[in-house]
Unconditional design. Structure first.
Length: 79
């Protein structure tokens, strides 16, 4: 079986609608002979055991740079 790496921030059990797209992709790939390996930031709970999920520590470098330059990290980029 071939393997494919899916790199995403949003993956269940992260409570966002955006997490459903990579979940659907990983769910149906085995029907076509592909095994999905998901690389994501640390999740708030346990992922589904049917998926091979690799969690990493995510660091928001853009937010760090904004705080360093005394810019509002909550403000939209385009005003």
């Amino acid at each position: 079986m071939n393997k494919v790496l899916i790199i995403t921030y949003h993956f269940p059990p992260r409570p966002t609608v955006a997490s459903l797209r990579p979940l659907g992709l990983a769910k149906y790939l085995p029907e076509f002979g592909w095994k999905a390996v998901i690389l994501t930031a640390a999740l708030p709970g346990k992922p589904d055991p049917q998926f091979q999920v690799i969690e990493t520590q995510y660091q928001d470098y853009l937010g760090f740079a904004k705080r360093l330059l005394k810019l509002d990290s909550q403000a939209p980029l385009l005003a």
